[in-house]
Design a binder for this molecule. Sequence first.
Ligand code: 6YU
Length: 510
Amino acid sequence: MDSMAQRPDRDSQIFIIGCGISGIGAAQKLIKHGFHNVRIIEATARSGGRIRTGRLGDNIIEIGANWIHGPSKENPVFRLACDYQLLDKESMSEENQAIDIGGHPLFVPNWFTSSGRKLGPETMGPALEFFMTLLERSQQFHSTGGEPLPSVGEFIKAEAERLAPEEWKEDRDNFAVRMAMINTLLKLECCVSGTHTMDDVGLGAFGMYTTLPGLDCTFPGGYEGLTDHMMKELPRDIVLYNKPVKCIHWNYTKNGPNTGGTSFPVTIECVNGETFAADHVIVTVPLGYMKKHQNTFLSPSFPLHKLHSIQRMGFGTNNKIFVEFEQPFWDEDCELIYLVWEDETHLTDVVSDLKMSWIRKLTGFTVLKPTERFGHVLCGWIAGQESEYMESLSELEVLQTVTQLLRIFTGNPTIMPRKLLRSQWFHEPYSCGSYSYVAKGCSGYDIDNLAEPLPLKGSNSKPLQVLFAGEATHRSFFSTVHGALLSGWREAERLISHHTSASGSFSSKL
Ligand code: 6YU
């Protein structure tokens, strides 16, 4: 019999790999339930993972997660942020919580085109409404069943080409620029989904992503305030920083460090050669990292169906380019700037020549508000391979290209950003991109496969040796902070209930 069985359950040695919000959330819950041998192993020197607040001059900016999506009572991130008093009054108001935007906030727009024109809502508004309708229709196949085309991109393009001539027949003069606007919106949708092209996003599964009510809000003091507050509730030495994990050996396949005669089913091997023995490991590394290291991260390797889901599920890059100006070139009430390439009337959301034309993928800028706090700062959004290529350029090259772009679109040859800062999520070795999406050919079962603990049910081995959390493992809130947090809680609860049922009265003692 395994000697572990003689140790009290709450003495179980539990390691969490990754100190992002899912890992922190899992640790918090386990410790609250009396598990005291909990450690987090983190590859980098910081906690927070893809929640990362930075600075552009005096301004607080978000390099990673930006908004609480759907800030209302059902959202655990919103609840925590309220408890920690991290939000302003307006974000917490009942009125804001009741607004249902369906995942796409209605920003006040400005439109600029590649001939240096600034167009108004009478010209561009109909294209925006038309696109939103197609997007909503794309989300419905999940509940109605059926999938007329395999991807969201193919569906939207086919429907736009079929319906637009009739839709805009009264206004033939603006037909071409509206079709070009559909391209702009497709490119921006790549940023929302975190993908290279909407042709990669599965149509039937698109509606699986669930939105919560509430008008998306930001953290005035930075998103990292949330993880910082959560960390303060954990024991001080719980995190082992700067220790990238190389391989998780499970099912007693490697002898761990000297553990005084106790045998542990799992041994965690770090890149620096250190090893840690564990009863349970909760893996929270990003799906992008898992894809890259799929052949070496686990020994014995992933069961085939789990491996195939890791390969099939989507994980892409969405980057931000912050630019600060002396004076705004946008309207005072503007919240989102669209750039429309007038020559792109043929529908496609990818750019063929990365080196020459990567900048064509940068079609949207949000305006950082309030102006009294930020001054005149824009956040540009760019996704996909163009975004990954942008990361390989020097900051100066990016600044020069963005300046040229804005000079063309505003028709003002003297525009000159004061400062620029961009994120580089694809080249972050422990993220390997931004977030997950349900790729063409995938379904909720792939997400379930990612979340499935090892060994698989029905095995005679010691149960729950390796568990899996992280945003990509949440069926309806993947790609978000609240999805990540809930996934960490889910795996902590899995262990708590396992030990509760194993020891009968465990939880009632707490
Ligand atoms: C949200 C938002 N937002 C913008 C950008 C990004 C993301 N998200 P973590 O990676 O945090 O932690 C894992 C840790 O593991 C990490 O610390 C690693 O260092 C460590 N690690 C890795 N390998 C290791 C090893 N070998 N050994 C040890 N440690 C290791 N979410 O709610 N609002 O506005 C945005 C945005 C640029 C990059 C976002 C947003 C995503 C979140 O940031 C992300 O999900 C969580 O932070 C992940 O936490 P975690 O713990 O899982 O991993 C219809 C439809 C479409 C569906 N999409 C809807 C759109 C929603 C997406 N949101 C928009 C994006 C923005 C703007």
